[in-house]
Write a protein that binds this ligand. Structure first.
Ligand SMILES: [Cu+2]
Length: 393
């Protein structure tokens, strides 16, 4: 049997349909089984129910089609006009347009009410305005083209009184539909380019107060935070130093790391620039703080960073949303394994005074036990011992 015949064969197609249905059935059964923990075992009933509904709907459509066909033929045998399928199709198209537009409206109102509140960061406002500009332009174009498309299908349905106009090529039309989107897209891309440049600007601008450095390291399945101690500087890290008691691979040959602090919650002061230094210990994760419009991958071996300025404290956001329980969160936005769904940490935006108070209470990574283990006990006392440490190594 030739390849063409193989594809055309109705038997092959129906076999494929049966295989796909069975496959879907099995996948859905397994998903349903894992989703309901209290009801172990494969839940075939609910799966078969939906498949049966689908098959019944197909049969119903086929039966209605056959009945119409029989009616049509009997009309023609009697010498009557029969069904005007062109009108039927044209009306169906208008029905499709109306149903589609109603669906768009439903989606905008129902899902639209679930979108994030206004950005709680400086750059976030720009990202939001970019998002809404793009959405508005594409929505207007989408609605207009859909209305035109289906209305034309209806108005210019086949009619024996009319001949179709053959238009093989028209340079003016080609130019219009090439140049107009090109201009719109160029403007959007340039707009996005400058916003992105601002967002990823690494150096603190001249005269600007230096950003607060916060280290965030992803691992399966948690985020680890490190704050600079009183010296305001974060020590170096080296993945080769990662071990039992040195979870992040902090380099204690760098004195700046001695006072680096451990934190369970990401507490940051409002209206201050924060520079998140992002890395990963195992696989690719992604730092995702939707309320601040912050997202960047955490890649092992490739440190990345994101600078942002929160503009609303947790308290202000709670009042605004009228949700006293509200917390900002940092999530992982890469499906990184079985515990991915719970890879999150609370982010609390507070006033500067509260931040200073909180920071003073945090414990350093360098615990006395770790000091002994790393033979760092005397390092802080005088310079000679630093030299001795070097020799020891
Ligand atoms: Cu992750």
């Amino acid at each position: 049997m030739g390849f063409k015949q193989l594809i055309n064969s109705k038997k092959m197609l129906s076999l494929l349909a049966v295989l796909m249905l069975t496959g879907t059935n099995m996948v859905m059964a397994q998903a349903a089984a894992t989703a309901t923990e209290e009801k172990p075992g494969v839940d075939w009933l609910s799966v078969s129910y939906y498949i049966l509904l689908f098959v019944l709907a197909c049969i119903a459509i086929a039966v209605v089609g056959k009945i119409l066909r029989v009616y049509d033929l009997s009309q023609k045998i009697q010498g009557k006009m029969g069904i005007n399928w062109n009108t039927v199709m044209a009306v169906c198209f208008i029905g499709f347009l109306l149903a589609g537009l109603a669906g768009v409206y439903w989606s905008f109102t129902v899902h639209g009410s679930m979108i994030l509140p206004a950005a709680a960061s400086l750059h976030g406002a720009k990202i939001d305005s970019m998002f809404w500009t793009t959405t508005s332009i594409t929505m207007v174009v989408f609605v207009l083209t859909q209305i035109l498309l289906f209305t034309f299908l209806f108005v210019y349905k086949h009619s024996p009184k009319r001949r179709a106009y053959f238009l093989p090529h028209n340079n003016t039309i080609e130019k219009v539909w090439t140049i107009a989107p090109a201009i719109v897209l160029t403007v959007l891309v340039i707009f996005g380019f400058f916003t992105w440049q601002e967002v990823t600007n690494s150096a603190d601008a001249k005269g600007e107060v230096a950003s607060i450095n916060v280290d965030i390291t992803g691992e399966q399945f948690a985020w680890n935070l490190r704050y600079p101690g009183p010296d305001g500087l974060l020590g170096k890290k080296n993945y080769k130093l990662i071990g039992g008691s040195n979870k992040l691979g902090i380099d204690y040959n760098d004195k700046n790391s001695f006072d680096d602090l451990k934190a369970d919650t990401m507490v940051i002061p409002v209206n201050k620039s924060v520079r998140l230094n992002i890395s990963s210990k195992d696989i690719i994760h992604s730092v995702y703080m939707p309320h601040f419009r912050v997202q960047l991958n955490a890649v092992p071996g490739l440190p990345t960073f994101f600078k942002f300025t929160p503009t609303m404290t947790t308290e202000q956001m709670r009042n605004k949303l009228e949700k006293p329980e509200f917390e900002y969160l940092v999530y992982c936005n890469k499906i990184c394994g079985g515990g991915h769904w719970n890879m999150q940490k609370v982010v609390r935006v507070v006033t500067e005074a509260e931040y200073t108070q909180w920071l003073a209470k945090q414990q350093p990574y360098l615990t006395p036990a770790l000091r002994t283990e790393l033979k760092l006990a005397e390092v802080n006392n005088n310079n000679n011992s630093t030299n001795r440490l070097a020799l020891n190594n």
